[in-house]
Design a protein around this ligand. Structure first.
Ligand code: PXG
Length: 301
């Protein structure tokens, strides 16, 4: 995006749009929006977030994402200082103001401005941030060819330490895993839990297809319960696939007929290779293609 962005109060030209930020009741653009260096979200990663897609101007699964945001906040003793329907209304307004039809919304709730010291009682009020911008993780052709994936040595945080169900501002384990993947020349990483079970990607849930069955780890395995994951499970069952939530080992991934990732940012994307093993015939398989087209149809419905 250029640096000559108009203030977000000026509606963007149709089809183009301007990144728009709402921060504790005021509107900003990408250049003017800023937070305090004393914010505990910055100092300690003390907060939660969400990422949501907008397709053709329509917010996809807003209430599911807001439910998860409020649950994440509750799990860390953070009270979002606005009711869910109020936040939904401001979110709709932010998307409208941005004029971006194919947008990505980032909600961030921080513990707020405190002082140097962990004590959250010093933080008078949590901050609410909404960013409306765009996102693209992978080039378009990779959706056809599939991703090359390696297993990261860094496990996801133990579910009884910082639950992966909480979409918190502590993403360091996932970022370290992502860096490992970059150093290996891979497109993405597979993360395991501390027992070695297959968990998820750096920002995606994983599915494998074997002999017609579609399998993905259960939420209790200690993963983020992805909104896209839940949509794909439902779409798969509606389409007549045998969809199972079950623990997976790397063996199950290596020997799968097909594998794919799901996520708000990644959408549904094929995996063609894991740790040097070719998955299926090394390209996006028929079940992956079918589910991807069903997902796209739903997102645009
Ligand atoms: N697992 C993790 C660890 C995630 O962070 C998902 C699964 C998929 O969940 P949804 O609800 O989106 O289907 C996520 C989503 C990125 C990025 O840049 C990733 C996410 C959020 C924002 C950005 O890769 N995470």
């Amino acid at each position: 995006m250029s640096t000559t962005l108009k203030p977000s109060k000026t509606p963007a030209a149709a089809g183009v749009g301007v990144p728009t930020v709402w921060l504790d009741g005021k509107w900003y653009d990408r250049e003017t929006a800023s937070v305090s260096v004393y914010d505990h979200g910055l100092l300690y990663g003390d907060g939660v977030f969400e990422g949501i897609r907008v397709y053709g101007g329509k917010i996809f699964k807003l209430s599911e994402h807001l439910d998860r945001l409020y649950d994440s906040a509750k799990a860390i003793w953070l009270t979002i200082p606005m009711p869910k329907d109020g936040l939904a209304a401001v979110t709709e307004e932010a998307v409208r103001r941005s004029g971006i039809a194919e947008a990505y919304i980032r909600h961030i709730i921080t513990r707020g401005i405190g002082d140097l010291g962990l004590d959250p009682r010093k933080c008078a009020k949590p901050s609410i941030i909404i960013i409306v911008d765009t996102i693209r993780l992978f080039p378009e052709e990779v959706y056809e060819t599939g991703l090359r994936v390696v297993t990261a040595g860094t496990p996801i945080p133990h579910r009884e330490a910082l639950s992966p169900r909480v979409k918190s501002l502590n993403y360091l384990a996932h970022i370290l895993a992502k860096i490992e993947g970059i150093h290996s020349g891979a497109d993405e990483v597979l993360m395991l839990d501390s027992d070695g079970h297959v968990a998820e990607g750096s920002g995606q849930n994983i599915f494998v297809v074997k002999n017609g069955a579609v399998r993905t780890p259960p939420a209790y395995a200690g993963i983020l319960k992805g909104v896209t994951r839940d949509v794909v499970i439902e779409l798969g069952r509606e389409a007549g696939y045998d969809v199972q939530e079950t623990m997976l080992n790397r063996y199950d991934v290596y020997t799968a007929d097909e594998a794919f990732f799901t996520g708000t940012a990644s959408e549904l994307i094929a995996i063609r290779q894991v740790d040097g093993r070719t998955i299926g015939n090394g390209t996006s398989g028929p079940v992956t293609r079918d589910l991807r087209s069903r997902f796209q149809a739903l997102a645009r419905s």
